[in-house]
Write a protein that binds this ligand. Structure first.
Ligand code: SF4
Ligand code: FE
Length: 480
């Protein structure tokens, strides 16, 4: 809002976001979450916070989805730390693939970095989406040479980068950021094929925090209207000739790994949405059921029916996330990727269902969700008695109970985390549809149908090769 922030932990605009991050640290210590919140690191030979863990089994991946669902119950918001986590797992696989092809330094640097992150329990941002400029032009064809983050200079000690990353979740509250390329690139784009990690307060980095619906309520210091602890934030991260030391550089010009990297990262993050968005679904279902009780309609059949539909939508998102985890793909010794088809399905459900859940919650909450008086009116001695009398429904509940629940429905079901992020986070819906057609074996399905219909088959029953097993060829990169 035009002003420099000196301390993100104290500024009222960002403090709620910091508090959501806090939940990810607390998860490793609180009784109800610590089993999910911790994991064993073979790199440190010690227990670590799961948010910095490299998944070593399908069960690890399922634990991620379960943990995210539980954390949504504690925050009612996006807790912002999973993008950095997914970036670590992505770089682990990509640098391993590079090492298998003889390029070993990136993996050595990455493992050192991973140990540092795990040991210090650092909160990382994952910075992937570039400014992108003209969407139908490749990075090297852009009129603005910095529309995609690029390497401007290489020295023996490191690289210099300029450009910007947009919509970066939680970034102002993180200790470090992991920067990844946002799309598949060809040889002409090699200056843009760059991945690295730096402290968030590195010289030359500027973060412009974006606005959200109702964000000014955070500045009011209320305890009902703004739900002071439950928000995420996104930022535009500007890199103005930023130096990255060589021991933090994981990709610098290796364009042939960019397509694989993007595919691996996006599937990891799409899987996670089955957990966090289902958790937000639980919050909204609970609030809607409570509000129905508050006005005495909880037994009405249409209310029951709407709650049932919300349960179905929520559990469907979660089931897909669990399927993406348990049908995981083994990528190296003790390293597992999600099932890419099921992860993309998960995110596609998440792009659709939260708006349906929100619509049902508005239906159940009643018009008051758009018209409720402010908490300051409820606290005003001249109005308190009237508002208390006229906002109250069933005798067991107070006007404040109703206002609190209405605000919860308003803030969670219509907030950025449940609506906008559900559509565009981890890639917009069109990106998932592209993946469905790439991953689904339509020829194979036709052969199955022909066989059952008694038609002679011309093609053998050979399932499609798994495209993620090899880094892409030059031709594939061009097509991408
Ligand atoms: Fe984590 Fe979900 Fe937020 Fe992504 S949208 S950072 S998976 S809480
Ligand atoms: Fe996200």
């Amino acid at each position: 809002m035009g002003r420099e922030v000196k301390d993100v932990t104290k500024h009222p605009f960002l403090k709620p976001s910091v508090m959501s991050f806090k939940a990810t640290f607390d998860a490793a210590w609180q009784e109800d979450t610590k089993e999910l919140g911790r994991a064993w690191s073979p790199y440190l030979e010690d227990e670590i916070n799961r948010f910095n863990h490299i998944h070593r089994s399908p069960e690890d991946l399922a634990a991620k989805v379960k943990l995210l669902r539980k954390l949504s119950h504690k925050t009612g918001a996006c807790f912002q730390r999973c993008v950095g986590w997914d970036s670590l797992n992505t770089l682990h696989i990509v640098t391993t693939l590079m090492a298998k092809k003889g390029k070993t330094e990136p993996r050595e640097r990455f493992v050192e970095y991973l140990k540092y992150v795990q040991k210090n329990d650092l909160a990382l941002a994952g910075a992937m989406t570039d400014a992108k400029g003209v969407r139908n032009l490749k990075p090297s064809q852009q009129p603005n040479k910095n529309a995609y983050l690029r390497i401007t200079e290489v020295t023996k000690d490191g690289i210099y980068v300029s450009g910007a990353k947009a919509n970066i979740t939680g970034v102002a509250a993180t200790e470090e950021m992991v920067v990844l390329p946002t799309r598949a690139m060809g040889p002409e784009d090699k200056d843009y094929a760059v991945a690295f990690a730096i402290p968030t307060d590195t010289e030359g980095v500027k973060i412009v925090v974006g606005r959200q619906l109702n964000d000014a309520r955070r500045m009011e210091e209320g305890e009902i209207d703004g739900l002071p602890y439950f928000y995420n934030h996104e930022g535009l991260v500007i890199f103005d000739n930023v130096f990255v030391p060589m021991n933090r550089v994981f990709l610098a010009g290796e364009w042939e790994y960019t397509g694989t990297l993007v595919e691996i990262f996006s599937a990891y993050h799409r899987q996670g949405y089955g957990g966090c968005k289902a958790g937000l679904g639980d919050v909204i279902i609970g609030a809607s059921a409570d509000l129905a009780k508050q006005i005495g309609v909880e037994k009405a059949s249409h209310v029951q029916d709407k709650l049932t539909e919300m349960i179905f939508l929520t559990e469907t998102m979660y089931s897909a996330g669990i399927a993406a985890s348990l049908n995981a793909v083994k990528m190296c010794d003790n390293c597992w990727w999600v099932n890419p088809m099921h992860a993309n399905v998960t995110k596609h459900l998440v792009a659709r269902f939260p708006s349906q859940i929100a619509q049902l919650s508005i239906d159940l909450a009643g018009g008051i969700v758009g018209t409720a008086p402010s908490e300051w009116d409820l606290k005003n001695p001249k109005l308190k008695e009237y508002i208390s009398r006229y906002l109250q429904g069933a005798e067991d509940f107070t006007a404040e109970d109703r206002l609190r629940m209405v605000r919860l429905v308003e803030n969670v079901s219509m907030g950025v985390a449940f609506q906008i992020e559900s559509v565009h986070g981890a890639g917009s819906p069109a990106a998932q549809r592209i993946m469905f057609s790439r991953l689904y074996d339509l020829n194979f399905a036709q052969e199955v149908a022909k066989s059952l219909a008694g038609r002679k088959s011309s093609v053998k029953f050979t399932p499609k090769a798994e495209p993620w097993r090899e880094s892409q060829s030059e031709t594939e990169a061009k097509e991408a």
